[in-house]
Ligand binder design. Structure first.
Ligand code: ADP
Ligand code: DP6
Length: 314
């Protein structure tokens, strides 16, 4: 019997996606851009089983999670999926570190091969985004743009000397999912439009900053873009606040370190954990400063040149 294993990179959004979603589709409201991670990967195996079983890190997931996976697999097969989906996440699940992005990209690519669906990457993108919008960007390597029209593109950039440092502040599952956060922000936040209006132009500026290899410019756009997203959420009714005191402390530390010559910039997604973009030659100093400030739990990644791929099929 067949067994397929795929891996997919976690991606870190330099320019965030925000969107609307209904039962059947996800509509990104703006272009977004992320870097795929080479050393922080989700691995997912799909293999035959008597009934659908979905595990992450060896833990059988809830009934609701099984339903989500079952609905997702219906895009690849007309039959009831008698498979075991066995996934390993490199970061805490549901804590704003893009487990859902890499998870659905890996599952999409694995299911595509397992069920012989033969979908191309653009078609896969329209499917994986139903699992998680940001998953489309984990299908490709490098600097990945997800356009508002649904298409994806990897932009040629040289970021070999850059590293992303994941600072794990809190690994608990978030209490408000990003889906609900988006719904509420779109429906009630007076500054949501302001975020959307700036987002497309942020992506354009980001692409040229990346092509110039200008980490300062990239970092400044990234920090301003994430501030706009978090501010829009903070003004939703009731407010959504993902950044904790520790997140702000880490961000302030990064700002202070810049004044001391360590070129690094911070961003946060739908959770309190912080990602720091830094040049490799500054990494040792950055890690030691983080440790000194009590941020000892870190993961470091290079930037990936490939996205989600099947790594084993037999
Ligand atoms: P995160 O911030 O980690 O992306 P979300 O709350 O957006 O968290 O999404 C978490 C959800 O993503 C999980 O409830 C699960 O449905 C899905 N998910 C996470 N990891 C995987 C995985 N490895 N395979 C399939 N789905 C996953
Ligand atoms: C804040 O992909 O987690 O991380 O489509 O509802 O699953 P759903 O949301 P998700 O989006 C979170 C968006 C973000 C920013 C980004 O990654 O662009």
């Amino acid at each position: 019997m067949k067994r397929v294993t795929a891996k997919a990179p976690i991606n870190v959004a330099l320019c965030k996606y925000w969107g609307k979603r209904d039962e059947t589709k996800v509509l990104p409201m703006n272009d977004s851009l992320s870097l795929s991670m080479r050393d922080v990967l989700t691995t997912t195996t799909v293999e035959p089983s008597n009934e659908l079983c979905f595990t992450i890190d060896g833990v059988v997931q809830s009934e609701a999670e099984h339903e989500k996976v079952s609905d997702f697999l219906a895009h690849f097969t007309d039959e009831a999926p008698h498979v075991h989906v066995r996934s390993k996440n490199p970061v805490p699940t549901g804590a704003g570190m893009a487990s859902s992005a890499a998870g659905f990209a890996a599952l999409g690519v694995a299911a595509n091969a397992y069920f012989n669906a033969n979908l191309d990457t653009q078609r896969l993108a329209t499917i994986v985004r139903r699992g998680s919008g940001s998953a489309v960007r984990s299908l490709l390597g490098g600097a990945v743009v997800w356009h508002r029209d649904g298409s994806i593109e990897s932009v040629a950039v040289d970021v070999e000397a850059w590293r992303m440092v994941f600072v794990v502040i809190d690994d608990r599952r978030k209490t408000i999912g990003s889906r609900e956060a988006m719904r509420r922000t779109v429906a009630t936040s007076p500054t949501y439009d302001a975020f959307v209006n700036r987002a497309d132009s942020d992506v354009k500026k980001m692409i040229s900053a990346l092509q110039d290899g200008d980490l300062d410019a990239v970092g400044q756009i990234m920090e301003a873009n994430q501030d706009a997203m978090h501010e829009a959420m903070a003004q939703a009714v009731p407010p959504i606040v993902y950044r904790s005191d520790a997140s702000h402390r880490a961000r302030n530390l990064i700002t202070t370190l810049r004044a001391r010559g360590i070129i690094a910039y911070a961003t946060m997604d739908a959770g309190p954990n912080v990602k720091v973009l830094v040049e490799e030659r500054m990494l040792t100093r950055l890690k030691s400063e983080l440790r000194r400030a009590g941020f000892a739990r870190v993961l470091v990644s290079r930037i990936a040149t490939v996205g989600a791929v099947v790594i084993d099929e037999n």
